[in-house]
Structures are given as C-alpha cells and as structure tokens.
Ligand binder design. Structure first.
Ligand SMILES: [Zn+2]
Length: 331
C-alpha cells in the first residue's frame, strides 16, 4: 500500500461517525463498505465489500434474500464485476446465499474448515444421504428452498491475500472459534477487521459448533493485529472495544461455569444457577449486551466442554470435580 493512500484512509477513519442503521451501507474508508444486516426480521448477517481497481470482493454470502438485498446497493456504487465472495464460516446466514453470488460469476472463497464443516453438516448435498441443515432451513425459508447449496471452491489453509495497488485484503484463519472454519478479513492499511460471527456486537453468540476455549485464543490472536474498526458478523460496527467485549464475555461466561463445574455441580444445579450467572455478568455493563436468547444453551455448551453432562440428563448424580492437572492437560 502506498503511503499517500494510507494517509487518506486514516483521515477518513478518524472522522467516521458510527451508524446505527440496519440495511444502510456505510463507507468506512474509500472503497470499503459495511452493511449491517437485518437479523431481527430476516436473519441476515452483516456484509462488507471492497471495491478494487477491477473487481469487487464481498464479505459473506448471507442468506439468498440477504444477498439480493445488498447487490443493488453494490451496483449503485460500481459496475465492476463481483468476482469473489468470502464466506467467514459455513452457517446458513453467511453461506446459503452463495449460489446468488455464483450466478453473478463470483468465486466463493473460504478457509478449508468451511468446506469440512459443510461436508459434516450437509450430507444431503455431499453424500446424497439424509437431509442436513440446508434441507431443515429450507422448510422455514422460502429463499433457501428456491436456491441451492454452493460450497466454496477457492480454499485457503491459513491466509490468502488480495492486493492490486488500491487495496490489500488479507483473509486469515487464526484457529478454531465460533466454528472450525472461521475466517477474518483484514485490511492492514485501513486497520479494518471483518470478523464474521467469531465476534458479534449484541446477543447473537451461537456456540453450538464452537470450542469456547480455542475461541478466546483465536480472538486474542486477531486482537494482536490492533484493528481500529471492527465489523462484526452481527450488530453494530465499532472500534476495538467490540472485540475486547466479545473476548471478555466469553472469558466471563467460561469463568462462571468453571466455578460451578469445579465445585462438582450437577447439570440440574448448573441449570438452576442460570439467573445467578446472568446477573453476575450483567454487572459488567459492557457485557450485558451479549445476554439474550440462547443463554441456557451457551452455559450448557461450556459445561459440557469442561466435562459435564448435558442438561437433559439432569437426573445424573453430581460429578467429582476435575483435578487442576487434568484441566491443564486439556489446554
Ligand atoms: Zn451469523
């Protein structure tokens, strides 16, 4: 990146107001756009797009209706071809719209783990076997039912980059987090980081496919980039505090569950402590925004990761606390 451009980008960023408007594109730096998707009514994820000299790189495939929502907004800014769409992970709200982009001529890009996850959860496509998540989602979403699964075809192991003299965008996989295939898009000149759902801003954490201990480490690796702007997978964009808060929320939740697990609490006892855990976390104002639907499943997920039994087997006897050396050996 040449120096003059870097200075211009920095000047724009310094003066940037943060929007709080869903469905309205925001230009974060010249040619770099953020779009907060309507998760409440449509389940859409956030998107980004970067206008290079000869093409457009889109961040996240969204649902098909989410892709249709932003294509005219990209077209209002440029008629350059949308050549690449980057799936930050395999979930439907980030990748089920892939076919829409492919129909426009885009190549779908992702970390290798995205394809592995799809092979695991989408047997209907890969194995011609029993229906997977796509078929399940198609029952309740017309846009998915009318489209088809299109897995990413351009895969990277740890990192790949796009650079043409106007922009440099690095795609990174820092390790397991929200899924086993999370990718980040990093613009080093503008210090903008698109995180996918490895970092969200609001009550949108979904932990079902995650490993929460690894997740914290992965986010800490991303934090070392020292981003100035965080474009999360859901919720408002903001400064580095968005990433700090996500890390702090995961740490706080894990710490509360660890206390109960170490004290030998049964699944039923941990479940009964949900309100107490919530009020403890709520005391940290910056973390309260993460509390919402799915809290029970988050606590259960972490408890099971630590070695506890799922909540439905609440008749199980209290287990003995794991010794500290066993806990350390798992890290
Ligand atoms: Zn999402």
């Amino acid at each position: 990146m040449n120096l003059p451009y870097r200075l211009i980008a920095g000047a724009v960023l310094a003066a940037l107001p943060v929007f709080a408007e869903v469905n309205k594109p925001q230009e974060i730096a010249p040619g770099v756009w953020f779009h907060e998707g309507d998760i409440g009514r449509k389940g859409h994820c956030n998107n980004g797009w970067i206008i290079f000299g000869a093409y457009v790189l889109v961040i996240d495939g969204n649902f098909p209706s989410g892709a249709q929502e932003i294509i005219p907004k990209i077209r209002a800014q440029t008629d350059k071809p949308i050549r690449f769409t980057f799936d930050t992970h395999h979930h439907g709200d980030h990748a089920y719209g892939n076919q829409v982009w492919a129909d426009l001529g885009a190549t779908l890009v992702a970390h290798e783990g995205v394809l592995s996850e799809m092979k695991k959860y989408e047997p209907g496509y890969f194995a011609g076997g029993k229906p997977g998540r796509w078929e399940d989602t198609a029952k309740s979403r017309e846009d998915v039912a009318k489209s088809k699964l299109h897995p990413p075809t351009l895969l990277f192991p740890r990192q790949m980059s796009f650079e043409d003299g106007t922009h440099r965008v690095e795609l990174h996989h820092f390790g397991v987090a929200h899924t086993r295939g999370d990718g980040f898009a990093w613009l080093p000149a503008e210090r903008i980081l698109f995180t996918g759902d490895a970092c969200v801003n609001g009550p949108y954490n979904s932990m079902g496919d995650s490993d929460t201990a690894a997740w914290v480490e992965t986010l800490e690796a991303a934090r070392r980039l020292e981003p100035r702007f965080i474009c999360p997978g859901h919720g408002l964009m903001g400064g580095p505090e968005v990433l700090d808060n996500q890390i702090a929320y995961l740490k706080a939740l894990r710490s509360e569950v660890q206390k109960l697990f170490s004290a030998g609490k049964s699944p039923a006892e941990v479940k009964a402590a949900l309100d107490t855990i919530k009020s403890t976390i709520q005391r940290q104002e910056s973390l309260a925004t993460y509390l919402g639907g799915g809290f029970e499943s988050q606590v259960e997920k972490i408890y099971v990761e630590m070695g506890g039994k799922p909540f439905q087997s609440s008749a199980a006897p209290a287990r003995r606390p794991r010794r500290d050396d066993e806990v350390l050996a798992r890290k």
